[in-house]
Design a protein around this ligand. Structure first.
Ligand code: FAD
Length: 505
């Protein structure tokens, strides 16, 4: 059987060089703002790099100074870059990503239905003057004009968000104060005496280019490096189907054979699991008639987001199903309905052993997964592929050396770096009271902890939520970097955020 490995996107199309004018042109999509479609703000048509700079860079070790460095070109990175442009009026911002294609939404999730209302995406674009200028300068009709025609309170296909992010990203990489770099950041080292971070990039080995070392220095660095689906050990050896594949109907259709029997096990019951089940069911019902699905879930009764009657507050915003996922789950999967629904012809559900609240409280997640693995084992007989939809975790981070006395060594493993979800700052370890100066995080890797309607704090994940957080925090990050610490008024947030974040991550 051909294993279906993690197939990712079109990352690394080019080396980690500052983009030459030609490279930028290649990267831009037809709807990108460009001179052809004037009138353009002057900064959209000027380039800060000429070809000579780029070829010089390819010949030597390259090191340049900037006012800020942003790693990541997804929804969060785009928001941070836009806000930095407004907060640092004259500074140069180095922006690094592996593809500049709108991050995970642009590359992996564009075929999904959205859980956010269309208005969230419009709000994201309208929140900053630079973004509004980019959207206005793009040839029309475009995604920005199309979004305005939607019912802004309703969900929409996620490709609206994907196209909007790539449109804004294409505009930003032409900004004269932004230096876009295609590449992979491997390391961030802080020099306490100069108060600068030195970022190292690796070239794209896929192109067979000679290794090239590029360094940038800046006092302020923001990691917007995204997250990836969590995976745990399976009780028996089985080929995996990646979650990204299951969330892309076109990729799924290409990878699974149409005329041979295949059985896919889906583990989980959240938003991603329901969408994976929906995509597999649709294939089985239409083109892949011999496809069967075994669904392993902790509960047959799913959780839905819903508006509270008395005040209209959204309950279960963080863990409940919304939009098309909720509609599919209610009509096809929920409780007894599965047995008689269209999906029930292809999907067999296995409810994993229930653990009562007391027992669950005393049990680690790992122990629970082992117990569930044992329960799943007999039902995995005859399964060809497994997809785990059991949450997301921080993607692998570049190594971080904050240069903090005895902690001069690397601390940047996802496990050790502690994030403050109220301020966006980072700590070298859970016991540390000293924040890592000048390094901040945002986006799905480092989400804000927002107060849920239910009264507890939850990671705020979504395009608009990232913008809301960084819009509030970027001015404070810039000030904190200048003065060498967060100001007194923010100390309480710093303390509370660190403590609370630890409860979740
Ligand atoms: C099933 C599903 C449905 C969703 N639906 C919605 C929705 O309806 N509405 C909504 O708002 N959100 C939705 N989201 C959430 C959204 O997709 C993610 O939260 C968002 O893409 C995260 O953005 P980000 O910028 O944090 O990370 P990403 O989009 O993952 O971007 C990270 C970027 O950093 C780059 N990078 C990482 N490490 C390095 C490095 N070392 N060097 C250089 N570059 C690096 C990567 O190449 C990538 O481009 C959904 C997510 C899922 C999984």
């Amino acid at each position: 059987m051909r294993p279906l490995t993690r197939s990712c996107c079109s990352h690394f199309r080019s080396g980690s060089l500052p983009l030459s004018r030609g490279a930028i042109r290649q990267l831009l999509r037809p709807s990108s703002p460009k001179t052809l479609y004037s009138p353009l703000p002057f900064w959209l048509v000027r380039r800060n790099h000429d070809a000579a700079d780029a070829s010089a860079a390819s010949a030597h070790v390259h090191s340049q100074k900037a006012d800020a460095i942003v790693v990541g070109g997804g929804a969060a990175g785009i928001a941070v870059v836009g806000n930095l442009l407004e907060v640092i009026p004259d500074g140069k911002i180095v922006w690094i990503d592996r593809a500049f294609e709108g991050g995970a939404i642009g590359q992996l999730y564009r075929e999904l239905p959205s859980y956010s209302p269309a208005g969230d995406y419009l709000q994201y674009a309208l929140n900053l003057r630079t973004f509004r200028d980019i959207c206005d300068a793009a040839p029309q009709p475009n995604v920005f004009t199309a979004l305005k025609d939607l019912d802004l309170d309703m969900t929409c296909p996620l490709y609206y968000a994907a196209d909007l992010l790539t449109l804004i990203s294409d505009g930003l990489i032409q900004h004269p104060r932004i230096e876009p770099i295609l590449g992979n950041v491997t390391r961030a080292v802080r020099n306490p005496s100069t108060r600068n971070w030195r970022i190292t990039l690796t070239p794209n080995h896929d192109l067979g280019e000679p290794p090239l070392s590029i360094h940038y220095t800046a006092p302020l660095v923001v990691y917007c490096t995204g997250s990836r689906p969590r995976a745990t050990d399976l009780p028996i050896h089985l080929s995996r189907l990646t979650l990204e594949t299951c969330l892309s109907p076109s990729r799924l259709a290409r990878l699974l054979p149409t005329s041979e029997p295949r059985t896919v096990a889906v583990v989980g019951s959240g938003h991603a699991a329901v969408l994976a089940l929906r995509n597999l069911f649709r294939l089985a019902a239409v083109s892949h008639r011999q496809l069967r699905i075994r669904w392993f879930t902790r509960t047959a009764s799913l959780t839905y987001a819903a508006f509270r009657d008395d005040d209209g507050a959204l309950l279960h915003e963080h863990d409940g199903l919304m939009g098309e996922a909720a509609r599919f789950a209610k009509t096809m999967l929920e409780g007894e309905r599965l047995a008689t629904s269209g999906a029930g012809a292809y999907i067999t559900r296995f409810v994993l052993p229930q653990v009562d609240e007391k027992e669950a409280a005393g049990m680690s997640e790992k122990a629970r997964e082992i117990m569930e693995g044992d329960a799943m084992r007999p039902h995995l007989e005859g399964v060809d592929y497994v997809v785990q939809c059991i949450g997301f975790e921080r993607a692998r981070l570049p190594e971080v050396r904050p240069g903090l006395g005895p902690l001069a060594g690397p601390v940047g493993t996802a496990r050790r770096l502690v994030f403050n979800g109220l301020t966006g700052s980072l700590f070298p370890s859970s016991g540390s009271r000293n924040e890592v100066l000048g390094l901040f995080g945002a986006g799905s890797a480092f989400p804000e902890l927002e107060l849920a309607v239910e009264g507890w704090r939850q990671p705020a994940v979504g395009v608009w939520k990232f913008m809301r957080f960084v819009h509030k925090m970027v001015p404070r990050w810039v000030t904190a970097t200048k003065v060498g610490r967060f100001t007194r008024a923010e100390d309480r947030d710093l303390e509370e955020g660190r403590r609370r974040y630890h409860e979740y991550y």
